[in-house]
Design a protein around this ligand. Structure first.
Ligand code: IMP
Length: 186
């Protein structure tokens, strides 16, 4: 059993689609560290949430960001703030003069238990396009990979190629290979 500390139920749905029901949602809003490193933010949050939840069950956190090449990596670790301020339309306005702007999405998942804190990273390269699709959340409608936006993929399709899916794959294989930490997580 692993607690996923996040206020974003969509992230939990993706983790459960990958790791199964042994991932439980801990609806906990940890203080987000001001940092340019997604791993540092995730690690700090996992440590805080682990103790807040009593310190007897492993906790994971996920910090993600979209990095747009033509904007020097903006918004990166500020993706959430930018999403809630200028939104997808604001991003598209900033990118008007660029042709097929390239971007990548990155996720850091931090796992915190009594024994250790371990970070798993995943990324995906794509292109920013006008919004398409109704699945997913956040920047999914404007992030295209192999001709489809992430919002045009179902959860399993997205997990198979996404930044989060890649980080979850590393977490899953680590959990499977660690006899101490393997507590019913598949
Ligand atoms: P955070 O990890 O919750 O800080 O995410 C930063 C921003 O990226 C938020 O606006 C999220 O909605 C967005 N985001 C995180 N993961 C994804 C994803 O898998 N697809 C699209 N947007 C995402």
């Amino acid at each position: 059993m692993v607690l996923f500390a996040t206020t974003n139920a969509e992230k939990v749905r993706e983790a459960q689609a990958y790791l199964g029901p042994s991932v439980e949602h801990l609806d906990y809003d940890y203080i987000e560290l001001q940092s340019e490193s997604l791993s540092e933010i995730a690690t700090h949050g996992a440590n805080e949430a682990f103790h807040a939840a009593g310190g007897d069950r492993p906790v994971i956190t996920d910090d993600s960001g979209i990095f747009i090449d033509d904007l020097g990596g903006f918004p990166g670790p500020y993706s959430s703030y930018v999403y809630h301020t200028i939104g997808l339309s604001g991003i598209l306005t900033l990118l008007k003069k660029f042709d097929s702007p390239r971007a990548y999405f990155r996720t850091s998942i931090a796992y915190c238990s009594n024994e250790q804190i371990v970070v798993f990273e995943g990324s995906i390269k794509g292109t920013i396009v006008d919004p398409r699709g109704n699945e997913g959340f956040g920047y999914d409608p404007i992030f295209e990979y192999n001709g489809k936006t992430l919002a045009e993929m179902d959860i399993l399709e997205k997990n198979a190629i996404s930044h989060r899916g890649r980080a979850l794959a590393k977490l899953a294989s680590w959990l499977e290979n660690d006899p101490v930490e393997h507590r019913g997580v598949k």
